[in-house]
Write a protein that binds this ligand. Structure first.
Ligand SMILES: Cc1cc2nc3c(=O)[nH]c(=O)nc-3n(C[C@H](O)[C@H](O)[C@H](O)COP(=O)(O)O)c2cc1C
Length: 190
C-alpha cells in the first residue's frame, strides 16, 4: 500500500474484535514507530505492550474516572455518552512513553522542551499507518491521568506516558471524520 493511500484511508477505530493479534504484527508496528524522525535522532520513546486483562481493566477504570471528572467540569453531553470499552476489547494496547530528558540542543532553548513529544507523535502516526497497512484498526488514546497511568504501568517518575495505542481487527467500519479545507488554513509567503 502506498503511504498516501494509507493516510487517506486510516481512521480512528473504537470497536474492535477481541481476537488476539500476532507478535509478528506487533513487532512490525513497533519497528515502524522506531523509524520515525526525532530531533538529533534522540529517539525519546519507549513502549509497553499490554495484553494483560487485569491491567487493561485498571486502565479502563481510570478512563471512566477521567470521563466523570471531565463531564462534571464541562457538562458536555458527548463526554457522558463516550464509551471507552475499546480499552477492554482491543487485544493489544501499546503505551508510548516519552523521555523529557532526550531533547539534545533544545535544552538550551526556552519553550522548545516539548520537542520530545513531537518525536513521539511522529512515532505514533507511523504506528497507526503501519497498523492500517497490516489490516488492523487503531486508536490514539489520551484521556487518562498521567500520574495514575505511571502507577498502573510502573513507569519511571522522570518519564511521561503520552498515549495508549489501541490495536486490533476493526469490528465495524470507522466513521469518516471531516477535515477543514486546506485553502482556509494555509498561508503562503512567496
Ligand atoms: C493527540 C491525540 C489524542 C487523541 N485522544 C483521543 C482519546 O483520548 N480518545 C479518542 O477516542 N480519540 C482520541 N484521538 C483520536 C481523535 O479523536 C481522532 O483522530 C479525530 O477525531 C479524527 O478522526 P480520525 O482519526 O478518524 O481521522 C486522539 C487523537 C490525537 C491526535
Amino acid at each position: 500500500m502506498g503511504v498516501l493511500k494509507a493516510i487517506k484511508e486510516r481512521r480512528s477505530c473504537r470497536e474492535f474484535v477481541t481476537e488476539p493479534i500476532s507478535d509478528d504484527l506487533i513487532d512490525k508496528i513497533l519497528e515502524a514507530a522506531t523509524l520515525a524522525p526525532s530531533a538529533a535522532n534522540n529517539q525519546p520513546w519507549e513502549f509497553i505492550v499490554i495484553t494483560n486483562d487485569e491491567i487493561k481493566q485498571r486502565i479502563h477504570f481510570e478512563s471512566l474516572l477521567c470521563k466523570k471528572k471531565i463531564f462534571a467540569m464541562s457538562g458536555w453531553r458527548w463526554v457522558d455518552k463516550y464509551k471507552a470499552d475499546f480499552l477492554l476489547e482491543a487485544p493489544v494496547l501499546i503505551a508510548v512513553i516519552g523521555d523529557p530528558k532526550r531533547i539534545g540542543a533544545h535544552q538550551f532553548l526556552k519553550g522548545t522542551e516539548t520537542v520530545y513529544q513531537q518525536a513521539c507523535a511522529a512515532a505514533i502516526q507511523n504506528m497507526l499507518l503501519a497498523a492500517h497497512e497490516l489490516g488492523l484498526g487503531s486508536l490514539w488514546f489520551t484521556l487518562f491521568d498521567r500520574y495514575t497511568m505511571k502507577k498502573i504501568l510502573d513507569i519511571d517518575e522522570a518519564k511521561e506516558p503520552l498515549a495508549l495505542i489501541c490495536l486490533g481487527k476493526a469490528a465495524t467500519d470507522p466513521l469518516r471524520t471531516p477535515r477543514k479545507d486546506v485553502k482556509e488554513i494555509t498561508k503562503y509567503m512567496r
